[in-house]
Ligand binder design. Structure first.
Ligand code: LRH
Ligand code: MN
Length: 385
């Protein structure tokens, strides 16, 4: 691929940021309030729009319902448009309600399952109202002790409930199923891995695809191989990019293992990346929200630029010849390439500054937002107990 083709692919890269990444969030131990952190859906969308203005590649923002619930979703969609972005994936919340103690769509109680299904249908209505084409569903459903519930019955409830949700999807809208191997359930999770998610998607139909959150796998999992497999079967619908050292840490993308991010982006680059929703899902417990989000966007662009530099012809030849180290070195060659000049050319083309993180930090945005919004303290789980 020559430089122009690489720049075209880079310029076509769109990354969706999460509304929930702009507000104050923490752990069960404490929430450290950040001066100027967004306090409502409109401020979260305004911050996402600022990230788009500074990066040129984040035209949509994912929302989470009811965290971003408003009286008038048409007005919210219009506000986003006025800010220069659109509302992307709509995330139903099937974990933040007392009724979901034993699960939502897998709950033994049919009335609770009905409540959960109704919320998903409400979110489909919201998506239609704001012009979104993605329902992004993660389930906290599971059990915490052996014997607590029947594992096959829970799976049957899962499929039966999601068939009801799937049946309500209008043409052109996709249902992305996000799996996670544990937490908040600590014995079994009803949607624990890519295989279960793929099986359920196959049961539902072509509008259902799998969402890979990079923080949702056991240590040592080869995530890029899962990505390759799902791509091969047309089942990869999207990503929640973040990074982790231990569990679902939701850290800045590429901050812990940039080589893993590069290997994942190599599978995306090889697939020609059409139709895969590239979204960030991270939260910021001790660092500022907006520049951390821009850093993640920048790290994804860096990994993708390096992935596009892989000499595919030479790599295929070395692989065919069984030249193990040779093939490996061709991949590492791309990873070790300094792509900052390429990204500077990209950002000139996008009309943004060469270093968007610095542009934010030197631009007085943090001070202005802190002045306008002040600091809002939030109680953690333990503190509100
Ligand atoms: C669950 C998850 C899911 C969201 C939430 C904010 O761990 O990754 O995507 O709904 O984080
Ligand atoms: Mn996620």
């Amino acid at each position: 691929m020559n430089e122009h083709e690489i720049l075209d692919r880079l310029a076509a890269l769109e990354i969706e940021t999460p509304s929930w990444g702009y507000g104050n969030s923490g752990t069960r131990f404490h929430v450290y309030p950040w001066p100027g952190a967004a306090r409502d859906a409109f401020e979260r969308i305004a911050d996402a729009a600022l990230v788009h203005r500074l990066t040129g590649c984040c035209p949509s923002v994912a929302v989470h319902i009811p965290w971003d619930a408003v009286d008038d979703y048409t007005a919210l969609g219009r506000f986003a448009h006025e800010q220069g972005v659109r509302i992307g994936a709509v995330n139903p919340n099937l974990f933040g309600d007392d009724a979901y103690r034993l699960g939502s769509v897998c709950n033994p109680d049919a009335a609770v399952r009905e409540k959960a299904i109704a919320h998903c249908l409400e979110c489909i209505g919201i998506a239609e109202e704001v012009g979104s084409t993605i329902i992004s569903l993660w389930l906290a459903d599971g059990t915490s002790y052996p014997g607590q519930d029947d594992l096959r019955d829970r799976h049957a409830r899962l499929v039966e409930s999601l068939e009801r949700v799937y049946a309500d999807l209008p043409d052109g809208m996709r249902l992305l199923l996000e799996y996670k191997f544990f937490e908040p359930a600590f014995y079994s999770t009803d949607l624990p891995d890519w295989g279960t998610a793929a099986l359920v998607c196959r049961r539902l139909g072509p509008k259902a695809q799998v969402l890979v959150d990079t923080g949702h796998h056991p240590q040592g999992t080869n995530i890029e191989q899962i990505v390759a497999l799902l791509l091969a079967d047309g089942l990869l619908g999207g990503f929640h990019f973040n990074n982790r050292k231990y569990a679902d840490d939701d850290l800045i993308v590429g901050a812990i293992d940039p080589f893993e991010l590069f290997r994942i982006m190599c599978e995306i680059a090889r697939a020609g990346d059409g139709g895969i929703a590239l979204m960030i899902d991270q939260s910021h417990n001790i660092e500022g929200k907006i520049d951390a989000m821009i850093q993640s966007v920048s790290n994804i662009q860096t990994a993708y630029a390096k992935a596009l530099l892989v000499d595919r012809k030479r790599l295929a030849e070395a692989q065919q010849e069984g030249d193990v180290l040779g093939a490996h070195r061709i991949l590492v060659e791309a990873f070790e390439t300094d792509v900052r000049p390429l990204l500077a050319a990209l950002r000139e083309r996008l009309g943004v500054e060469a270093d968007p993180v610095e542009a934010f930090r030197r631009g007085g945005y943090a001070e202005r937002l802190a002045g306008e919004r002040g600091t809002t303290s939030v109680e953690s789980a333990y503190e509100s107990a």
